[in-house]
Design a protein around this ligand. Structure first.
Ligand code: NAD
Ligand code: GLY
Length: 360
């Protein structure tokens, strides 16, 4: 088992990566003497992961929990679902010492973290990610929340988990589309902060596409190290943490405009393609950077152009309701080289429209 720490003073927490048998004692220790609500979704349950967790907890001598199974999908990432979780917590008699446990991908993880942030003004929660995307990104860093009709993640809270523990074997049941989805966020780390990691991804395309378990454990560990370092330096996104939003300003807009038929990672891949196009247009980076990024995304089965029938004006309007903006207009993260990005405020809308047109 590999173990890391997100260094946040009194809010520091471990990330354990390996087989569940390796970290189950740590989980049982965190839950001992406290009541828990395990929150998951129907697909994770159908894949047998809830039953496996419940059995492992019982074997470890812990049984003071109830489980809640939610319908899957971004369309359920709403305040109504947060209310469902809070009501389940009341029914399960969770008190201020109790714990919520998210056994899931990023949707249920974000929702459960937010429910834990507001239930009885804040209780502890634990992330057990079951998708590649959640393993490399959403389970770490304490961003929690739900979507509103006006946009993604418009309500939320920073609420750090007490533990992130991932059983890499749970990823075996992920549908291929969900693998690719997670790979978009993996490529993101190479683009924003690590040219060496980007080069490693370029050289390992066949193993990445074949879901090689040894390579994935290494990739997850590396991405968690990158994220832990950024979060430790800027927990509440006052500055550098914003680099993690690379590809997300356009990504969130196209995800929402697709009525969430386009999954998050695919939308982020498109967002990265638009961002690098704009960066080339603004002479912030060379055309070579665009070619390298887009070739890697393409080779990993990710989209690098906007969905058919996209309307550029609608995308720009949706981008304007993004919470990453400031009064100065649209904010975007733009690459200056492989492994290097810049945060640009007040993006020129004409150039942005051109970059979007180029990606149609
Ligand atoms: P998801 O949670 O919807 O999971 C994707 C699909 O895989 C779902 O259908 C789910 O039921 C299924 N699934 C999950 N685990 C499975 C398994 N082991 N076997 C079979 N099926 C499984 O989506 P996601 O891609 O994990 O997360 C996307 C969400 O994460 C978005 O809402 C996004 O905004 C959020 N996010 C948050 C952060 C953050 O920092 N909090 C970062 C990135 C993304
Ligand atoms: N996924 C963006 C962040 O955690 O800051």
């Amino acid at each position: 088992m590999e173990k890391l720490c997100v260094e946040l003073g009194e809010r520091s927490y471990p990330i354990a990566i390996g087989k569940s048998a390796d970290w189950m004692p740590l989980l049982a220790e965190k839950l001992a003497g406290r009541r828990a609500l395990i929150v998951t979704d129907e697909n994770v349950d159908a894949a047998g992961h809830l039953e496996a967790l419940e059995k492992a907890l019982a074997d470890a001598g812990y049984s003071d929990f109830q489980s809640l199974i939610l319908p899957p999908g971004e369309e359920h990432k709403s305040l109504a679902t947060v209310e469902l979780i809070a009501e389940a917590a009341v029914n399960a008699k969770l008190d201020r010492r109790s714990v919520m446990v998210a056994l899931s991908g990023g949707v249920v993880g974000d929702l459960t973290g937010f429910a834990a942030a507001v239930y009885m003004r804040g209780i502890d929660f634990i992330q057990l990610p079951t998708t590649l995307l959640a393993a490399v990104d959403s389970s770490v860093g304490g961003k929690t929340g739900a979507d509103l009709a006006a946009g993604k993640n418009l309500v939320g809270a920073f609420h750090q988990p007490k533990l992130v523990a991932m059983d890499v074997n749970t990823l075996d049941t992920l549908p291929p589309r969900e693998w690719r989805n997670g790979l978009a966020e993996v490529v993101k780390y190479g683009m924003i902060m690590d040219a060496g990691f980007f080069a490693m991804l370029q050289s390992e395309i066949p193993r990445l596409n074949n879901c090689d378990p040894a390579l994935y454990s290494q990739v997850i560990l590396h991405c968690c190290k990158c994220k832990a370092e950024v979060v430790a330096g800027d927990e509440q996104e006052k500055g550098r943490r914003a680099i993690l939003n690379y590809g997300h300003t356009v990504g969130h807009a196209v995800e929402k405009l697709s009525n969430f038929t386009l999954p998050h990672g695919m939308a982020v891949a498109i967002g990265m393609a638009v961002a690098v196009r704009l960066a080339v247009r603004m002479r912030k980076c060379l055309r070579r950077v665009e070619d390298q990024q887009n070739s890697l995304l393409y080779a990993l089965g990710l989209p690098v152009s906007l969905p058919k029938n996209s309307n550029v004006n609608n995308i720009i309007q949706a981008m304007k309701s993004d919470k990453k903006n400031s009064s100065g207009g649209i904010t975007m993260v733009l690459p200056t080289d492989i492994g290097k990005v810049e945060i640009v405020r007040g993006v020129d809308e004409k150039l942005l429209a051109e970059a979007l047109e180029n990606c149609l």
